[in-house]
Design a protein around this ligand. Structure first.
Ligand code: DOR
Ligand code: ZN
Length: 347
């Protein structure tokens, strides 16, 4: 097969950032995704419906003129989030709230300390039909970084899912066989997003032969047996697993740094990278469900009706992207050759 046409995909987890950066990140995503769930971890974080709607307008202003791109907004949960905030957000058309354990990742200092205190908010979300999106890692300093996802399942996620059986929960950017198993064994109200980096790479790609800061993200890449479990489950076609790039730009300086930031900026090549993985797995027939159907179905939104086509053609991901003010970004997979290419961009 040298070309594949699929329903236009959506990205169910990404970071656009704000300000001038939107002029780079929004067009990069709008080239092939119709909708995207936009993470709220700005500084300050998006904690109210009003902030989310204003952020949405800034994203739409940065969308290419001819694009039909639709940003789907989220709220950032803190210990100050009230049940009224949830009601207001739902009314404003906000789809989901993001739970970051405090200190888990970029801009999460103001996030949740003591998850149990949020149970009344989860109750309101369940009643309102608002999805809970989870960064599933504990942050206790004594827990090894490679064990933090499993510890989160055992300490928090299993209890949340049990206490709120009607709450739709997305376990974001899963990295372990434990997460695959947890989601697979949970009810139809529990699903997971999967990034290109966690399908393509394992911790050797981060640490062997020198530290590779552009492969550093959170949750951190795990050993290859975990990578294999994630690859196997997406190849199975299970509708509980869907596309969420976690595309998360940081400037080159902030990545190539003695204390480098976590995040892979994958929007430039995301759909092509997923195509490559599914091809490698002999499961190209499962790409469309993963990229274009399962997420919309889980969110209770209509599937897109138009299509994109990917063709088998060699191309190289750029080494650098230079923004108008001279800031440099290094895209994920920079300089590497891919063998699938989007035929026509959406905008
Ligand atoms: O690698 C990551 N980068 N993981 C996250 O959870 C956040 C993201 C970011 O915002 O940079
Ligand atoms: Zn993220």
């Amino acid at each position: 097969m040298d070309r594949i046409t699929i329903t236009t995909p959506d990205d169910w987890h990404l970071h656009f950032r704000d300000g001038d950066m939107l002029n780079e990140t929004v067009p990069a995503t709008a080239r092939c995704f119709k909708r995207a769930i936009v993470m709220p971890n700005l500084v300050p974080p998006i904690t109210s419906a009003d902030m989310a709607l204003k952020y949405r307008s800034r994203i739409i202003d940065a969308s290419p003129a001819n694009s039909q791109f639709e940003p789907l907004m989220t709220l950032y949960l803190t210990n100050a989030t009230s049940t009224q905030d949830i009601v207001d957000a739902k009314q404003a058309g906000i789809h989901a709230c993001k739970l970051y354990p405090a200190g888990a990742t970029t801009n999460s200092d103001s996030a949740v300390k003591g998850i149990d205190a949020l149970y009344p908010v989860f109750q309101a979300m369940q009643e309102e039909g608002m999805l809970l999106l989870v960064h599933g890692e504990v942050t206790d300093s004594h827990i090894d970084i490679f064990d933090r996802e499993k510890a989160f399942i055992d300490t928090h996620l299993a209890s949340i899912v049990e206490a709120f059986p009607q709450l739709k929960v997305v376990f974001e950017h899963i990295t372990t066989a434990d997460a695959v198993q947890f989601v697979s064994n949970s009810s139809a109200n529990v699903a997971a997003t999967v990034t290109p980096q966690h399908l393509l790479l394992n911790r050797n790609d981060l640490l062997v032969g020198g530290i590779r800061p552009h492969n550093y993200c959170l949750p951190v890449l795990k050993r290859n047996t975990h990578q294999q479990a994630i690859r196997d489950v997406v190849a199975s076609g299970s509708n509980k697993f869907f596309l969420g790039t976690d595309s998360a730009p940081h400037t080159r300086d902030n990545k190539e740094n003695a204390c480098g930031c976590a995040g892979c900026y994958s929007a430039w090549s995301a759909i092509e990278l997923y195509a490559q993985v599914f091809d490698d797995l002999g499961a190209l027939d499962k790409l469309e469900g993963f990229a274009s159907h399962h997420g919309a179905d889980f969110y209770g939104l209509k599937r897109n009706t138009d299509t994109i086509t990917l063709v088998q053609e060699l191309w190289q991901v750029p080494d650098r992207i230079t923004l108008a003010d001279g800031t440099e970004l290094v895209p994920f997979y920079a300089g590497q050759t891919l063998n699938w290419k989007l035929e026509n961009s959406l905008s």
